[in-house]
Design a protein around this ligand. Structure first.
Ligand code: SF4
Ligand code: SF4
Length: 322
């Protein structure tokens, strides 16, 4: 019997939700597990880095990496898994576009370390001790991964073949991706494995989205009684639908929450935040600068709202680079 194709999973800077989404395959995970040989999946199986290092280059059919890249160890693992894999897939928003961790690119490395190790209200650290990448100990050195100055998406570190978007990707998309890999009928390199249409195109509320949207006030979802049938933007609630790729089956919208943009942009959009900003700016129903400023002032955290998952891949990319 021929060997089964080898697959691997790895996580970098992530919350663990992508790993859970693999388990969310439920009974389908048995079908996947029967079809492939999982050779590396640190969160679930006891394989070590040395086992991957010992594998011949290109011997893994496909590796799915979730999480963005923040540390030297994540960088090294991305390069190692790239070398060992025929196909490398950026799995989930953080690997795809930087995700929530890349919002940290608004702050310098120094600001982050000072906040976490010295100034956070729950920290007592009078000597201002910080973790060091090397620490001499008993004639040897203890080492920690280095904290890099920027959070990057996977393709800002190594070449990526395909992207599975979402926070996390849906089990349906994952299963489809695995079946596509096994079929050998691969789409062009660089493809995002989800429909290339905007959320609004398939949204269950699309009929209630006015062609000529007029926004006089931005409301936060928890401030208002949300109409469960009506387009969020028509209610003055920011919805990233116009700037976001479909394929999630409108999960948030069906749960009466606006889309926050986790599937990233479609192929026609270069910068997800800029796209929604331009859509909203042209819908603000005011003429006087003070009035416009007042309406836009109702958006509490513009970077966190418009670039929640995509700051690393945006044109802005970072507020500071050191
Ligand atoms: S803006 Fe949001 S709620 Fe409105 S149609 Fe688009 S995805 Fe649906
Ligand atoms: S509705 Fe938007 S935020 Fe929610 S899962 Fe879909 S793409 Fe992600």
């Amino acid at each position: 019997m021929p060997d089964k194709p080898k697959v691997a999973f790895y996580w970098c800077a992530s919350c663990g939700g992508c790993e859970e989404s693999i388990v969310d395959l439920a009974e389908d995970i048995l079908e996947v597990a029967q079809a492939v040989d999982i050779v590396f999946w640190p969160v679930a199986m006891d394989f070590k880095r040395k086992h991957v290092e010992a594998m011949p280059d290109g011997s893994i059919l496909a590796t799915m990496v979730n999480g963005s890249i923040r540390t030297s160890e994540q960088e090294e693992m991305a390069h190692l898994l790239r070398r060992k894999s025929q196909i490398l897939i950026a799995y989930g928003s953080c690997a795809h576009t930087g995700g929530v961790p890349s919002l940290a690119n608004q702050f310098s490395k120094e600001q982050i370390l000072r906040t976490v190790y010295e100034e956070a209200p729950t920290v007592v650290n009078e000597q201002k001790v910080r973790p060091q990448p090397r620490h001499p100990y008993d004639g040897t050195a203890l080492t920690l991964p280095e904290f890099r100055g920027l959070v990057r998406s996977l393709d800002q570190v190594v070449e990526v073949d395909y992207y599975l978007p979402g926070c996390p990707p849906t089990p349906k998309l994952l299963k489809q991706a695995v079946l596509t890999l096994l079929s050998g009928q691969l789409p062009p390199k660089g493809t995002v494995l989800a429909p290339d249409t905007a959320q609004c195109d398939s949204c269950p509320r699309k009929e209630s989205k006015p062609a000529d949207l007029k926004i006089t006030e931005f409301k936060r979802p928890h401030w208002t009684q949300i109409d469960p049938e009506k387009c969020f933007l028509a209610q003055g609630i920011i919805c990233m639908g116009p700037a976001t790729r479909s394929g999630c089956e409108a999960q948030c919208i069906k749960g009466n929450m606006p889309c926050t943009g986790c599937f990233g942009p479609t192929s026609r959009v270069r910068d997800q935040g800029a796209k929604i900003l331009s859509a909203l700016a042209s819908s603000v129903d005011a003429r006087e600068p003070e009035e416009i400023e007042k309406i836009l002032g109702g958006i509490p955290d513009p970077v966190g709202t418009f670039y929640r998952y995509s700051l690393a891949k945006s044109l802005l990319r970072a507020k500071v680079t050191r």
